[in-house]
Design a protein around this ligand. Sequence first.
Ligand code: SF4
Length: 370
Amino acid sequence: MVYKTGNKTIDDALARLFEGERLDRRDGIALMAQPVDELALAADAVRREFGDGTVDACSIVNAKAGNCAEDCGFCAQSVHFETGIDNYGFLGPEKVLEAAKRAERDGAQRFGIVVAEKGVSKEHRPEEWEEVLEAIRLVRDETAVEVDASLGILTDEEAEILAEEGLNHYNHNIETSPRFFPEIVETHSFEDRVHTLEVAKEAGMDLCAGVILGMGESPTDRVDAAIALQDIGISSLPVNILNPVAGTPLGDELGESADITTEEIIETIAVYRLLHPEARVRLTGGREANLDADEQHLPFEAGADGILTGDYLTTEGQSPGDDIETIQQAGLEPNQEANEFDPVAVKSREADEGTVETAAGTATSNAIEE
Ligand code: SF4
């Protein structure tokens, strides 16, 4: 099927995409300059052609918070910045399992164990490493959700052990373009992040790696980040939108608002869909802070087909019932491939209980930050 929007740049890209060609950086930059409505139509057509008509929900738990020695300029958990968040050590396997069960109940297909630091270390903190492995085993054996983890930088040996323990996916965001990255992070490099993704992939794990929009990057940076992710080879592309935290360099520089408009969020999602036709383009942290309630469904009409449901690392999200409502408002259905659940029950539970306790509610950052 070839879909036509009437826009020559977009239609040319679509025709090549549907013939099996991968769009490149030049295409991405040209597409980013096209009208957002036409981009959204094209992205929706690509999602229908390459996707399964569902939106996949994942959920996370912030299993160890704060005191991170790194200096990522957006992150409330860095020891370099005074943000007033709760710092705590690893929650322990049972509490992680408890959070995974809540995520399962609320319709998540995938559950991410997130540990705030450059890297959980088998060599330097063997007890904590063993506890993380035990948490992975418990979630793997006692829930239907797929297990994801975000443990920072990995060695070859650590990646192999994680894959053997049944970790299906590894999350490690590249955050932004190679050019802009050093303006946000000084204590490690873009290449360090890419290396960990390569190590995780080599060990056999699927990759979940994405970006944070609105940190002051240019539209070309947004394209370059997506091109870097093409080269790495990912199956899930989380798109966070900065929710600036007071005390972080970006919070102090930008105040309360990310440096991005609603239109730019939607056009970036649409271009990402065209550059990554087969990946889950997943709307994650910061969407409620940057999109009005009546705009929440728009990215899902512009090619997004994944969502991070529940709370984020140190900030609250909307309820899983509201997320299902948003998905259905866009004319889509929640994915149920790994974990069958009743969307009506999730929505009514919210009505009954007032507030749905979410996975990350056991410990509530801005985004999937590792
Ligand atoms: S994003 Fe991760 S590595 Fe960077 S400061 Fe936050 S917790 Fe540390």
